[in-house]
Ligand binder design. Sequence first.
Ligand SMILES: C[S@@+](CC[C@H](N)C(=O)[O-])C[C@H]1O[C@@H](n2cnc3c(N)ncnc32)[C@H](O)[C@@H]1O
Length: 210
Amino acid sequence: MVRSARRRDDLLLDVGCGTGAASRAASAATRLVVGVDLSAEMIRRAAELASGVENVRFLIADSEQLPFEDGAFTAVLCSNSFHHYPDPSRAVREMVRVLASDGRLVIGDACADLPTARIADAVLRRIEPGHVRLYRSSELGSFLERAGLCRVMLRKLSGGGFAIVRGIPAWTASARAGPARCPTHVGSRVCALSRKGVNYRGRMREVQHG
Ligand SMILES: C[S@@+](CC[C@H](N)C(=O)[O-])C[C@H]1O[C@@H](n2cnc3c(N)ncnc32)[C@H](O)[C@@H]1O
């Protein structure tokens, strides 16, 4: 997941970084990594674990209100944190706002495609205050598209229990492919998704890992 988000000269933002495992992993092959988390304790521990790593910074911030200028990062990563966000659309809009025009956004999280995951989700919503909800993999893709990203790709892991979605700003895709050719890839079969009045058709590129 970290590999699909970062490039060597990236300025990478790790949203909901926790203790910073992904930030540290990415730091070896990027220019600068900034990890943000809502929890002061997580940020304190992340900074401690990354002491001595020159190109990593951590700060307390809410995913729904990122304290950065527009286009500040060339890559934004959000791993295992998305199910905590009360307003996920707003969080994705923020991630896209701070993404440079040639950047990439990658979100990976447990997903609700499997019946067992939907049961676990219902239980967690009742017993874990920080758990907002799990989304189906197609919903995760839709969040990115509604926020203006294009070429949204989906990869499923753990037999469908975990999904990674990746997208690039539509204006970048338009510049590369021409405005009329900005296809939606959400997984290997053509799929039609219809939610909240939004209808679109996309080709799926889906990889299953057992
Ligand atoms: C399960 S941890 C994942 C940590 C790390 N990204 C990883 O993959 O190991 C989820 C993290 O999201 C953080 N979080 C929850 N809501 C958040 C929000 N609104 N903004 C930023 N971080 C948030 C939590 O504090 C927690 O550290």
